[in-house]
Design a protein around this ligand. Structure first.
Ligand SMILES: Nc1ncnc2c1ncn2[C@@H]1O[C@H](COP(=O)(O)OP(=O)(O)OP(=O)(O)O)[C@@H](O)[C@H]1O
Length: 261
């Protein structure tokens, strides 16, 4: 799993969980599939706090999906489980690999002085020649519309540009699934649109890459192929964006109240 941040998960994913028939879960046409995931936290006083309950979803390969729901409903926790950063207490999860998790804060993403070096950083363990590295870096930066910034110092980039470089850092490792945690939170409106369009374009140009994008912004749904809606630690529904929008519209009063609180 590729992750461009201060902590990292390694080893086989959830090897303690039951394996299932491939016809039911983990089939190749789904990039992400979870079945009845539960996640609880043990407090120091020995109290068990349930965070996720029976979360099941299926996201087809090559698609761009959104994950929405009120504050505290469990979106980030679910995303971290899909990324392998947390292990579920119960249930089954299958995510195509390699997969990459990109964080909310653009300043936590970039680790090297120039754009080119930063994107190449993720190829450290790949034993590639210089030419191969340069080719892959150029391809990843082109996919997110940042090739012209190859030699730029990363500290001179805007937040949205840093996010796109972070996404290129994931793509350069030929990841199959991008897990994106509220990337537009710290960005101004132009950068927000720039990043979401870059992800959308990347998915059209890179064969078979899927993305799950956590957001609070309903206007971003116009870019989605599908959406997952959560409440109180549960996946309430997932499917076509229009169906999810209708559902949220019907609940808008409570949804708006919680996301604005
Ligand atoms: N380590 C933890 N200890 C205690 N509670 C936790 C912990 N991690 C998450 N929670 C709780 O689990 C719930 C879900 O958190 P999570 O961050 O997944 O929600 P979210 O939907 O991403 O929220 P937001 O939209 O505000 O980012 C919240 O009530 C949160 O306080």
């Amino acid at each position: 799993m590729s992750i461009r941040a201060p902590f990292c998960a390694s080893g086989p994913l959830h090897s303690n969980l039951p394996s299932r028939n491939n016809n039911v879960v983990g089939a190749d046409n789904f990039a992400i599939e979870s079945h009845k995931i539960c996640y609880s936290i043990n407090t120091e006083k020995g109290k068990l706090i349930p965070i996720l309950n029976d979360c099941s979803l299926k996201i087809p390969s090559g698609q761009f999906w959104m994950l929405l729901g009120p504050n505290g409903c469990g979106k980030s926790t679910l995303l971290k489980i899909l990324a392998g950063l947390l292990s579920p207490t119960d249930g089954f999860v299958h995510v195509r690999k390699p997969r990459s998790f990109v964080f909310q804060n653009p300043d936590h993403q970039v680790v090297m002085p120039t754009v080119e070096a930063d994107v190449a950083f993720g190829l450290g363990g790949f034993s590639l020649t210089n030419e191969e590295t340069k080719f892959r870096v150029a391809k990843a930066l082109t996919a997110v519309g940042m090739y012209d910034y190859l030699q730029r110092p990363v500290q001179t980039l805007s937040g949205g540009q840093k996010q796109r470089v972070a996404i290129a850092g994931a793509l350069v490792q030929q990841c199959k699934v991008l897990l994106l945690d509220e990337l537009t939170t710290f960005l101004d409106q132009t950068d927000q649109i720039g990043v979401i369009k870059a992800v959308k374009k990347t998915l059209s140009s890179c064969e078979d890459v899927s993305a799950l994008w956590v957001t609070h912004r309903l206007e971003e749904m116009e870019y989605a192929d599908g959406a997952v809606y959560m409440e109180d630690g549960r996946v309430v529904m997932h499917g076509k964006p229009s169906t999810i929008m209708d559902f949220i519209e019907a609940r808008k009063a409570s949804y708006t109240k919680t996301i604005n609180s």
